[in-house]
Design a protein around this ligand. Structure first.
Ligand code: GDP
Ligand code: MG
Length: 442
C-alpha cells in the first residue's frame, strides 16, 4: 500500500529545520502514483502535486510527525481543500420555486438521483416536485414516475396541452404548476446520451434558458474514471453547471473523478450516490473522499493520534512550567504561543490542564496576527536576550523593532506583558490562583 511504500521511503530520516527537497520529491512520487491509480486525470495530478510540493517546502519539520506523515498530512489537507472543505449547500431562490436541473450522460444516474434528491428535500421540510423533461427514451417518463412514487414525491409529466414531445415546454410549464401547487423546489430530470452530443447539449441549454435554474447539477458516474474530465468539460462548455453529483460510489471506483473535476473545473461535488436504493445518498464529505482517493485512512488516523499525543505532552510540559514558576523565559512565552496557534485557542489548552476547566470561559480567542507579531519580535532577539530580557536597553529594543517590522512601542508592550506573565507564573507556582490565566494581554 501507499502507507508501506512511504514508510520505506523514509526509513532513515529524522531532522530539524525544513523538510528536504529530496524527501518531498520522494513522497510526491508515491502520492502521484497513488492518485493516478485512483483514476485522477494526469492534468489534475500535476497542479495538485505542484501545490503540495510548494507547501511542503515551506513548512518546518514537525516534532510530532515523521517527514512522510507530514507530507501526507499536507496532501490530505490540500485534497480536502480542493474537494470543497466544507461542502457547499444548495442555493435556494428568494422567490420560490427553486429550480434544480440535472444534466449528464445517459446512465449516469440522473433519474435515480431525482428520486433521491426529492426524498432528501422532503426530509428537509421542502415540498419538491420532479419534472420529466427526458422525452428521449420511451420509458424515461414512466421510470421517473416509479421513482417519484417510491420517494413519495409528485411527478410532473407531459400531457396534451403542456408540451408532449417537447422537453423545453414541459420544463417551462412545470414552473407554473409548481407555483400553483405550492411546490417550493422543482427538480428537472433531463435526457442524456451515451456520448457527448451537440444536439443534446443544445436541448439542455434550451431547458436551462427556459427555466433559469438556481442550480445545475452535473451528474457523473464515478466509474467512468479518466473520461470524467472530458465529459465534465463538455457539459461545462455546453450547458454549464454549478455543482457535481458523483454516483455509483458503491462500486470499486476510488473516486479520483471527484478530484479531477474539482481541480479542473473549479466546481465541487455536492452530493454522493452510493447505490440503487433511494436511501443510498448523502451530502458529499470531502474528508472521507480524500482518504478514499489516497487509500490510506489508517495512516491519516495515525497522524491524528500522533499529533494529539504530542499536544498532550506539550500541554503537560507547559503545566509543569506554569506550576514551577521560576525560569519562565521569553522562549517559553514563544513556545506557548506557537502551541496556542497549533491548537487553535488558549481555552483548549487550559481545558487540557487539570482543574482549569472553569477558566475557559474567561479566555478570549487568540488573534493570529498578534501571535505573528510577537513571534517576529521574539525571533529577532538573541538567545541571551530571550533568557534575560533585563538587558534589553533602548538600542537593543530599537534593533528588535526594526528586525521584526514593528514600532518600538510594540516591543515595550510585549516586554511588559511578558513581565506580567512571569509574575503570574510565580503566583501560580506558590499555589495562588491568579485572576487571569498565564497569558495576559490577548
Ligand atoms: P440516467 O440515464 O442518468 O437517468 O440514469 P438512471 O438514473 O436511469 O440510472 C442508470 C442505472 O444506474 C440504473 O440502473 C440505476 O439503478 C443505476 N444507478 C444509479 N445511481 C446508482 C448508484 O449510485 N449506484 C449504483 N450501483 N447504481 C446506480
Ligand atoms: Mg434518466
Amino acid at each position: 500500500t501507499l502507507s508501506d511504500r512511504l514508510a520505506a521511503t523514509f526509513k532513515s530520516l529524522r531532522g530539524k529545520g525544513r523538510l528536504s527537497e529530496e524527501d518531498i520529491d520522494a513522497t510526491c512520487r508515491e502520492i502521484r502514483i497513488a492518485l493516478l491509480e485512483a483514476d485522477v486525470a494526469l492534468a489534475a495530478v500535476r497542479p495538485f502535486i505542484a501545490a503540495v510540493k510548494q507547501r511542503a517546502m515551506g513548512s518546518e519539520v514537525s516534532q510530532a510527525l515523521n517527514p512522510a506523515q507530514q507530507v501526507v498530512k499536507i496532501v490530505n489537507e490540500e485534497l480536502v481543500g480542493i474537494l470543497g472543505g466544507q461542502t457547499r449547500r444548495l442555493r435556494f431562490a428568494k422567490q420560490p420555486p427553486t429550480v434544480i436541473m440535472l444534466a449528464g450522460l445517459q446512465g449516469a444516474g440522473k433519474t435515480t438521483l431525482a428520486g433521491k434528491l426529492g426524498r432528501w428535500l422532503k426530509s428537509q421540510g421542502h415540498a419538491p416536485v420532479l419534472v420529466a423533461a427526458d422525452l428521449q427514451r420511451p420509458n424515461a417518463v414512466t421510470q421517473l414516475q416509479v421513482v417519484g412514487e417510491r420517494a413519495g414525491v409528485p411527478v410532473y409529466a407531459p400531457e396534451p396541452g403542456n408540451g408532449v414531445g417537447d422537453p423545453v415546454a414541459v420544463a417551462k410549464s412545470s414552473i407554473e404548476f409548481a407555483k400553483s401547487k405550492m411546490h417550493d423546489v422543482v427538480v428537472i430530470d433531463t435526457a442524456g446520451r451515451l456520448g457527448i452530443d451537440e444536439e443534446l447539449m443544445r436541448q439542455a441549454a434550451d431547458i436551462r434558458d427556459a427555466v433559469g435554474p438556481q442550480e445545475i447539477l452535473f451528474v457523473l458516474d464515478a466509474m467512468i474514471g479518466q473520461d470524467a474530465v472530458t465529459t465534465a468539460q463538455a457539459f461545462l462548455d455546453g450547458v454549464g453547471f454549478d455543482g457535481v453529483v458523483l454516483t455509483k460510489l458503491d462500486g470499486d471506483a476510488r473516486g479520483g473523478a471527484a478530484l479531477s473535476v474539482a481541480q479542473l473545473t473549479g466546481r465541487q461535488v455536492m452530493f454522493a450516490s452510493n447505490g440503487e436504493k433511494l436511501e443510498d445518498f448523502d451530502v458529499f464529505h470531502p474528508d472521507r473522499m480524500a482518504s478514499r482517493i489516497l487509500g490510506m485512512g489508517d495512516m491519516l488516523t495515525l497522524i491524528e493520534q500522533a499529533e494529539k499525543a504530542f499536544d498532550a505532552e506539550q500541554a503537560e510540559e507547559m503545566a509543569r512550567k506554569l506550576m514551577g514558576g521560576d525560569g519562565f523565559t521569553l522562549d517559553d512565552f514563544l513556545a506557548q504561543m506557537e502551541q496556542i496557534r497549533k491548537m487553535g485557542s488558549l481555552s483548549k489548552i487550559m481545558g487540557m490542564l487539570p482543574g482549569m476547566g472553569e477558566m475557559k470561559q474567561q479566555l478570549a480567542q487568540v488573534d493570529d496576527r498578534e501571535i505573528d507579531r510577537v513571534q517576529a519580535m521574539i525571533r529577532s532577539m538573541t538567545p541571551q536576550e530571550r533568557r534575560d530580557p533585563k538587558i534589553l536597553n533602548g538600542s537593543r529594543r530599537a534593533r528588535i523593532a526594526k528586525g521584526s517590522g514593528v514600532h518600538v512601542s510594540a516591543v515595550n508592550n510585549l516586554l511588559e506583558r511578558f513581565a506580567e506573565a512571569q509574575k503570574m507564573m510565580k503566583s501560580m507556582g506558590r499555589g495562588g490562583m491568579p485572576s487571569l490565566p498565564g497569558m495576559p494581554g490577548f
